[in-house]
Ligand binder design. Structure first.
Ligand code: GLY
Length: 319
């Protein structure tokens, strides 16, 4: 690293939810997360901007059928897939995103295009029109596991609140809160965050997720946060923006998470969040049992897959 440059930092998540059943589940999720961290951290070391690293990380996770975003997204109550994604550039303080878009491989690509547009958040028909204008190839994100999950839920008249957090044969019946998110600090000290989701699964047509709102995905030059979990809970706490504003007002990142997650626990919320600040502190919080997150602190990769279920927050501070 050159003198005067910032040590890049990266944290990603693949959802939050109930305990991953069986060690096989933990190991395979860890492998998927570490693959993404390794590739994207390499880009940051080579000088990529936080925004482009975030977009690449989101693309890789959207392409992994295990996670509930892009390919592998959950089905809504009518059996259709509608995805939402957003991107926020912390230095430009610019937010862009798409809500309930279908038939696209990487919803985050649409959010990236919209970063430079005057209309920066598009929903269903508008997002479909953009897809057509950009001549992106049509893509069917449906996977067999997600189809079977929907058929099973339909037979039970949609009794689960949400679909499985990760698509694994042995895990699919676990209630979960899937979404993917990437937060990066680049070598010039810039922060960016991206979040992408297939939604809760089995929801009403027209339901809007938190992921393409500042409640689920928010950054300034002080801090950046991506959330996962029950979108309604995240929106009602305005979680990502709440944490970032607390850091902007002078709390440390860990203090901001501790205060926000204590309130969330009192309000019986069910979600998780990953975060970075401009000093390079990496942090996470959860009220759910597990948070599927992994990070690179500049020295090594680590993850949050086997944290104590009762633990609300944690962090890794720069030396
Ligand atoms: N956090 C994803 C959703 O609720 O749609």
């Amino acid at each position: 690293m050159l003198m005067g440059q910032v040590q890049p930092k990266l944290i990603i998540h693949g959802g939050a939810g109930s305990s991953l059943r069986g060690k096989g589940g933990v190991d395979s999720v860890r492998l998927s997360l570490f693959r993404v961290v390794e590739e994207v951290y390499g880009l940051l070391l080579a000088g990529a901007s936080a925004q482009s690293a975030v977009v690449r990380g989101c693309q890789l996770m959207e392409d992994d059928p295990r996670f509930n975003a892009g390919t592998g997204s959950v089905l809504q109550s009518d059996g259709q897939i509608r995805m939402s994604a957003s991107l926020m550039n912390g230095s430009a303080q610019r937010f862009s995103g798409v809500i309930n878009v279908s038939r696209v491989k990487n919803p985050i690509d649409l959010a990236l295009f919209l970063q430079d547009a005057s209309d920066r958040i598009l929903s269903d028909h508008g997002a479909a029109e953009l897809l057509r204008e950009l001549k992106l190839p049509l893509h069917d994100p449906l996977t067999e596991i997600r189809l079977q999950e929907w058929i099973q839920e339909r037979a039970g008249n949609f009794s689960h609140e949400m679909a499985g957090v990760v698509a694994e044969k042995e895990l699919v019946s676990e209630a979960g809160r899937g979404t993917i998110g990437v937060v990066a600090l680049d070598s010039e000290g810039r922060l960016a965050v991206g979040t992408s989701t297939g939604g809760k699964g089995f929801e009403r047509i027209g339901r809007v997720s938190d992921s393409a709102t500042p409640a689920g995905n928010y950054a300034t030059h002080h801090a950046a946060v991506s959330c996962t979990g029950i979108g309604e809970d995240i929106l009602e706490e305005c979680l990502a923006a709440r944490i970032v504003v607390r850091v902007t007002d002078g709390l440390s990142l860990l203090e901001a998470l501790q205060r926000s997650f204590l309130e969330a626990e009192q309000n019986r919320r069910d979600f998780g969040a990953i975060a970075l600040d401009r000093t390079g502190t990496i942090a996470w919080g959860k009220t759910s049992e597990v948070l599927l997150a992994a990070y690179h602190d500049g020295k090594q990769m680590a993850d949050t897959l086997e944290l104590d279920e009762g633990l609300l927050t944690g962090c890794c501070t720069p030396e």
